[in-house]
Design a protein. Structure first.
Length: 289
């Protein structure tokens, strides 16, 4: 029974194994980035950047169709351009960074949908917006695993300044010249991982695997190491459960994965030992345990 329900789909079908490998790669690369987004109170920035890559991916689609390389390069260029443009607007005007990002992402979303709609079909639009995790090929897996490796290495290299920036960005700016470098390196990691997630889950779902596991982990751990471990575990288990739901009940794979992750977040919000609804309602029981 357990074999047929859980193991057989991955043992019998190569597309399920490739989908699982792609989701594990995204979980290992994007989810730790999501933890730092949450700690820096920039979760909505991830959502804005996810929409920002859409026009670049759409232009890549117009040039080369559903080409992995063209859409990836287009998404990277568009995401980086929006990140730099919003930072520039924040520094030379009175507009705050969250407002400038919101403006740019709304423009990007409308432009990307318009580009795809005028030259492509509804199927193409759905592919770009929601991804096709069950159709990952070897080239896409190599890209995902490469981006994950780069992300893990970069996070390890910049771990200390990233932690300092989460705790006290003004202190980091006063004692080190790495503040600006850390900030833009981190934004680059966000864009790169969103582009990676876009290959499997689409632009609208990519940010979900980045933010939701991090938010769920907040109710289970107090330190950064614990947050990252719990968040990655939630992301991987949600990916497995979402793929199995998609396989057994013929559901869209990307939304299934994000929905399971959302359920994990909801359960954590109510029953987690750190700051959850139950923990706040019964603080003495939490202390005694």
């Amino acid at each position: 029974m357990i074999w047929d329900a859980i193991i057989a789909p991955f043992a019998d079908f190569g597309f399920m194994r490739r989908a699982l490998l792609g989701c594990v790669a995204i979980s290992l690369g994007a989810t730790p980035v999501g933890v730092f987004l949450m700690l820096r109170r920039m979760s909505l920035t991830g959502d804005a950047m996810a929409h920002a890559i859409l026009p670049g991916a759409a232009v890549g689609f117009l040039v080369s169709g559903l080409s992995l390389g063209a859409m990836t390069i287009g998404g990277l260029i568009a995401g980086m351009a929006v990140a730099l443009a919003s930072g520039f607007v924040t520094r030379v005007t009175a507009l705050r960074e969250d407002a400038s990002l919101a403006a740019f992402y709304l423009i990007s979303l409308a432009l990307g949908v318009l580009i795809v709609s005028t030259r492509g079909s509804n199927v193409d639009l759905m592919h770009i917006l929601f991804g096709t995790v069950l159709a990952l090929d070897n080239a896409a897996l190599i890209l995902l695993c490469s981006i994950t490796s780069i992300s893990v290495f970069t996070l390890a290299l910049f771990l200390r300044p990233l932690v300092l920036e989460c705790a006290d960005p003004q202190f980091l700016k006063s004692v080190s010249g790495l503040s600006a470098v850390t900030h833009f390196t981190f934004l680059s990691l966000v864009v790169v991982n969103l582009v990676a997630g876009f290959q499997a889950l689409g632009t609208l779902m990519a940010v979900g695997i980045m933010i939701l596991p991090a938010a769920a982990a907040r109710f289970w751990a107090n330190n950064i190491g614990g947050l990252i471990v719990v968040a990655v575990t939630v992301a991987i288990l949600s990916s497995v459960a979402g793929l199995l739901l998609s396989y057994h009940f013929s559901l869209p794979s990307g939304p299934s994965i994000i929905l399971v992750t959302g359920i994990a977040y909801g359960v954590s919000m109510f029953f987690g030992p750190v700051g959850s609804v139950i923990a706040q309602a019964f603080p003495r029981a939490q202390i005694n345990s």
